[in-house]
Design a protein around this ligand. Structure first.
Ligand code: IPM
Ligand code: MG
Length: 362
């Protein structure tokens, strides 16, 4: 049996609380036949800054590179907001994405049946949605240069960032998106702002060419990002796979998460050619950190994605997703997905309930 090394990066805020619940699931998996897992833990974000003076210690990068998969909680918090940009916790997260060249971020928005009425949108709108947002993650305006804030001769200050995409960067993430669409309903919508931004006009051109050349079986469409934001609320079932730039994907995936009831439900996989990192799409939620009320399900579902994409164990991934579904069907809810008549539980109790559901199955 092939031993797999998992690196755990709890990070800051609720990151530590939700990761602790996902780790219970990982340990359970480590006992399963066919899976031999070893675990390591390292620092990232504000907690790394506090301990080592940098949000992304070299040692964390080295360990992540040699791991078979990385599980990350969340980074950031008001404590570090006054730091210079280069030292802020978010730089740790962006830095590890870049260092591992994780260019393809999969953010699936699916609604669990027991949560159909938990979305602020009507049941008729969200019923049956199953959307895979493929977000470019290692380029675009997040990383483009020049960037910064300069002082003009007249004393005014001017901030600037650069949105760049080269054809190879577009093509490699588009290829992943076409492949994902092929495993699903063969529909891909590429989201851009090609009517205004040259870099995304190029995006559209490259995605179209690749589709025509290699993926004639996938129905490709294009949408401007403003329209996409509207269509996601108007008629989300029209979407199968969406592929888009780093920043548009950041925004649209938060929006898509609300179709599922709560941002606390959305897992993600960040994939490169050699490494993979799994994390919930939400942040460190400083307002509820330390209170034991955060929803650990997005992180637990990120473990399911790890099983699917890094550990070749799709059956185990399904087990976890079904356990989550059963816990929700029993009426257990964390505060973010609380509904009338349901039973509100905290982070640890939700994690325990998933563990119990996993055990009961056997
Ligand atoms: C996300 C987050 C990050 C991002 C932040 C924390 C840097 O919002 O993963 O979606 O913008 O990518
Ligand atoms: Mg985000």
């Amino acid at each position: 049996m092939n031993n797999k090394k998992i690196l755990i990066l709890p990070g800051d805020g609720i990151g530590r609380e939700i990761v602790a619940e996902a780790v219970k699931v990982l340990h359970w998996l480590g006992q399963r036949p066919g899976l031999d897992l070893t675990f390591e833990e390292a620092l990232i974000g504000g907690s790394a800054y506090d301990a080592m003076g940098t949000p992304l210690p070299d040692e964390t990068v080295a360990r992540a590179k040699s791991a078979d998969a990385v599980l990350l909680g969340a980074v950031g918090g008001p404590k570090w907001d006054s730091l210079a940009f280069s030292l802020r916790p978010e730089r740790g997260l962006l830095g590890i994405r870049k260092a591992l060249d994780l260019y393809c971020n999969l953010r699936p928005a699916q609604v669990f049946a027991p949560l159909l009425d938990a979305s602020p949108l009507k049941r008729e709108v969200v019923e049956g949605i199953d959307i895979m947002v493929v977000r470019e993650l290692s380029s675009g305006i997040y990383f483009g240069t020049p960037r910064g804030v300069e002082t003009l001769p007249d004393g005014r200050r001017r901030g600037f960032n650069t949105l760049t995409y080269s054809t190879d960067e577009i093509e490699r993430v588009a290829r992943r998106a076409f492949e994902a669409a092929r495993r699903r309903r063969h529909k891909l919508c590429s989201v851009d702002k090609a009517n205004v931004l040259e870099s995304t006009a190029l995006w559209r051109e490259v995605v179209s060419d690749l589709g025509a050349r290699e993926y004639p079986d996938v129905a490709l469409s294009h949408m401007y990002v403003d329209n996409a934001a509207m269509q996601l609320l108007r008629h989300p079932r029209q979407f199968d796979c969406i592929v888009t730039t780093n920043m548009f994907g950041d925004i649209l995936s938060d929006e898509a998460s609300m179709l599922t009831g709560s941002i606390g439900m959305l897992p993600s996989a960040s994939l490169g050619d050699h490494n993979a990192l799994y994390e919930p799409i939400h942040g460190s939620a400083p307002d509820i950190a330390g209170k034991g009320v955060a929803n650990p399900l997005a992180t637990i579902l990120s473990v399911a994605m790890m099983l699917r994409y890094s550990l070749s164990a799709p059956g185990e991934a399904e087990r976890i997703e079904q356990a989550v579904n059963r816990v929700l069907a029993k009426g257990l809810r964390t505060a973010d997905i609380m509904q009338p008549g349901a039973t509100q539980v905290g982070t640890v109790a939700m994690g325990d309930a998933v563990m119990q559901a996993l055990d009961e199955e056997n």
